[in-house]
Design a protein around this ligand. Structure first.
Ligand SMILES: [Mg+2]
Length: 239
């Protein structure tokens, strides 16, 4: 049987799902909104000030920690013992005005049967601000953030397990939506349906990226560039 990821939603594969878990950044709002670039710049500035580095050097270290430890924050905590709260406040001091209310997405989330959660490597205030700006915050039962995860970010298995335990979540009845392929490995191992969000309007790049997980990433069940459309397909028959 082929493990090639499927790009069309198949409602039959989600009929058992009653727990809906969403990443926040670049998942509940699309990559092209570019909100994360503001956070990214704030983190660079924080690293530059903390370690008295030039912006280029700070950015290099920031990205190194991101790759090695899952988040810049985790790297800074391990290597420099920084205060995570100060870092998170600084990182998320951004302008949310680029995020516009998305009632269509809100309706699509609301229509899903069961509980909905946000599972983010960001903070609760950031998730509340972003989901609030999108007008979808009320549809979520809870937000599990990097503080709740004891600062151990996705893709660490322990973080998904802690989230599942706290939320009393049966992972075999769950689906996870994420924009980073590596953050879907642990959910798949826990029995969750996995959906990868990819950017729009980058046809050539998207096709290439779609080919790569198709060949090697059997932890990705579905790939879509349209979260709202994907969710609507899942509930259209039930509705
Ligand atoms: Mg994300």
């Amino acid at each position: 049987m082929s493990t090639k990821p499927k790009n069309e939603p198949n409602p039959a594969e989600f009929t058992h799902v009653t727990e809906w878990v969403f990443d926040l950044d670049n998942t509940l709002y699309p990559h092209e909104v570019n909100l994360f670039s503001q956070i990214d710049k704030n983190m660079t500035a924080y690293v530059a000030e903390l370690l008295q580095l030039e912006p280029d050097e700070a950015r290099k270290l920031q990205k190194q920690y991101y790759h090695e430890h899952g988040t810049t924050l985790q790297g800074l905590m391990i290597h420099y013992g920084i205060d995570p709260n100060a870092f998170l406040e600084r990182a998320h001091a951004i302008d949310y005005s680029a995020l516009l209310p998305n009632p269509e997405l809100g309706e699509a989330i609301k229509a899903l049967p069961g509980r909905k959660f946000i599972l983010t490597n960001g903070s609760v205030p950031h998730a509340q601000a972003a989901a609030g700006a999108l007008g979808i915050l009320d549809h979520f039962e809870d937000i599990f953030d990097i503080v709740a995860a004891d600062y151990l970010p996705k893709p660490a298995s322990a973080t998904y397990e802690k989230f599942a335990a706290l939320a009393k979540l049966d992972t075999t009845k769950a689906a996870m939506f994420e924009d980073l392929p590596r953050n879907l490995t642990a959910p798949k191992a826990l029995g969750m349906k996995t959906v990868l969000l990819v950017p729009r309007n980058l046809e050539g790049i998207i096709m290439e990226r779609w080919e790569i997980p198709a060949l090697s990433d059997d932890h990705i069940d579905f790939i879509t560039d349209d979260l709202t459309g994907f969710l609507k397909e899942l509930t259209v028959r039930a509705g």
